[in-house]
Design a protein. Structure first.
Length: 234
C-alpha cells in the first residue's frame, strides 16, 4: 500500500510539473513574440457616412438633398511607451474620399436635376492612444488631420421637363479635413484584428467654376461616419 501511494504521488507530481512547465513555456513564447514585434499596426478602414451637414447654398433650390459619402483609408500607427494598459500611437496614411450629392438646382435661370460627384485623395496624420482592456480586445482613440493632394469633381445637370444635359468640371482647392474616431477591435491572433468604428470629420474646401456656372463657394461641413476596420500588426 505504501509503495502504491508513493507511485501515485510520484506520477501526480510529474504530471503537475509537466503541465506547469508547458504553461510556463507557452507564456514565455507569447512574451517573446510580443517583444519581437516591431509595434506597428496597419489599419484599412472602410467608412460610410451616417450623417453629413453638407450643403451648397449657391446650388440648393428645393427638395431634400440626397447625399452619400464613403472613404477607404490606409493608416500605419507606431506604438510608443507600451504599458499594461496600452500605448500611445502615432502615424499617418492616405484617405480616398468620395461624395455623391443630388438636388434640384437653378442654373442659367433653369431648374435642373443636378448630380455632384467628388473624389479626393488626401494624406493624413493620426495620433492617439491604443487601449488594451482585455487579451482579445484593442480600443483605439484617434485624432486625424488631412490635406487633399488630388481632387476632382463634376456637376451633371439635366433641365427639368427636357433632355438637355450639361456636364461641367469643378475645381476644388484647399480641401482640409480634421476629426476624431474610435475603434473597438477583436484580436483573432497576434497579427490580425477586425473591428467597428465611429467618428466625426470636419471638411473645408472651395468649389468653383466661374466661367460656365458662376460658381465660387467655400464649404464647411461635418461627416459622422461608421466604419469597418481591418488591422494587421507586426
Amino acid at each position: 500500500m505504501l509503495l502504491k501511494n508513493s507511485l501515485i504521488s510520484m506520477v501526480s507530481f510529474f504530471l503537475v510539473s509537466n503541465a506547469m512547465a508547458h504553461e510556463g513555456h507557452e507564456h514565455a513564447d507569447n512574451n517573446k513574440k510580443e517583444e519581437q514585434k516591431v509595434g506597428v499596426d496597419f489599419l484599412i478602414n472602410l467608412e460610410n457616412s451616417a450623417y453629413s451637414s453638407f450643403e451648397m447654398s449657391e446650388l440648393k433650390v428645393k427638395y431634400q438633398d440626397e447625399l452619400r459619402t464613403a472613404a477607404i483609408q490606409g493608416v500605419a500607427l507606431y506604438s510608443l511607451n507600451k504599458s499594461d494598459y496600452g500605448s500611445f500611437v502615432i502615424g499617418g496614411g492616405i484617405d480616398n474620399y468620395m461624395l455623391h450629392y443630388k438636388n434640384i438646382v437653378k442654373l442659367n435661370n433653369y431648374e435642373s436635376n443636378a448630380i455632384l460627384n467628388m473624389f479626393s485623395l488626401s494624406v493624413k496624420a493620426s495620433g492617439g492612444y491604443k487601449f488594451t482592456p482585455a487579451k482579445r480586445l484593442d480600443v483605439y482613440a484617434l485624432a486625424n488631420v488631412g490635406y487633399g493632394v488630388f481632387n476632382s469633381a463634376d456637376l451633371t445637370s439635366v433641365t427639368l421637363n427636357s433632355s438637355n444635359e450639361q456636364k461641367n468640371t469643378l475645381t476644388i482647392d484647399n480641401h482640409i479635413s480634421y476629426g476624431v474616431n474610435g475603434i473597438a477591435a477583436y484580436k483573432f491572433n497576434e497579427t490580425f484584428s477586425m473591428g467597428l468604428g465611429l467618428g466625426a470629420t470636419v471638411h473645408s474646401m472651395n468649389i468653383s467654376n466661374k466661367k460656365d456656372l458662376g460658381l465660387d463657394q467655400t464649404i464647411n461641413y461635418v461627416d459622422v461616419n461608421s466604419s469597418l476596420n481591418l488591422i494587421f500588426s507586426i
